[in-house]
Design a protein around this ligand. Sequence first.
Ligand code: ATP
Ligand code: MG
Length: 295
Amino acid sequence: MSTAPAAPAASAASAAVHPTYRELAPGVTVLGLLHEGHRINVYDAWSAERGCRCVAKALRPDHLDDLKGIRALRAEGRLLKTLDHPHIVRWYETIPGPAPVLILETISGSTVSALLDSYERLPVGDVLHLGLHLCSAIGYLHRKGWLHLDLKPSNVVAVAGRAKVLDLSLARRPGLGKAGAGTRGYLAPEQALGQRLSAATDVWGIGGLLYECIVGKPAVPHDGDTSTATGNRSTRLIAVPAPLRTRRRVPTQVARMIEATLRLDPAQRPTVAECATVLADALGITPVPHVAREG
Ligand SMILES: Nc1ncnc2c1ncn2[C@@H]1O[C@H](COP(=O)(O)OP(=O)(O)OP(=O)(O)O)[C@@H](O)[C@H]1O
Ligand SMILES: [Mg+2]
């Protein structure tokens, strides 16, 4: 079994800018480039202290003094440090300095986006489990007072039947948002408009992910650019998701729940706990200890 996720092939240009086997920070050696972002790169790395592979999030070598990137890395590290959950990526440390480096556990599996690229859709049973794991992780995050705000297939890794949520770089407290902050194609309407962000915004994210896994297409069609942005998206990104029409055997109450998560009005969406209840019932898992049942 491999101990690290498959690294996307690095282009010749990025191989020159991101040489492997260089020391990113004392005791942290780059083994490969996993993801090249606008400000921040994600590396497959080796931690000498731990004697194991890890994932390192660091400023791009050509953006070492990028203040927004520095603040984002520090903020993500500060939040991850306070979290401890089986369905959220584990933080090891933030190496301080003018160019901080976040060291995370390597989740050896495939992102949901890679699975969808390979198989187009996921088996319905797997989607139900994935949904429960997302509800577990996001419910925990909400109880800690945070919203994720960037739930999308590339920010979830599935490994050995277990889903783990990544990328808390956009996480913030509930409240007024900046219009368009998030990922094109994965913005809840209130995110696109810069309105009040709440737990319901992540409910949209959970539902959108489940929709895409079942149907094989995003709930809100987009042009394929799914990188994270920090604002200035236009309101035309608001679109009413198509109804979940599929010939697949999706339990009716699950299909209804997913459609309800994608309602334009956040107040009309179910809660995370209600979504978890529907998913657990469909899986025949009862009782679900963390879900308060009514009636
Ligand atoms: N801990 C991890 N284990 C395995 N793979 C990871 C891990 N963290 C990140 N990755 C890989 O790197 C990719 C990018 O990571 P992440 O989403 O945290 O970076 P990002 O710069 O915030 O990305 P974006 O802004 O495009 O969403 C993920 O989609 C995943 O493929
Ligand atoms: Mg990401």
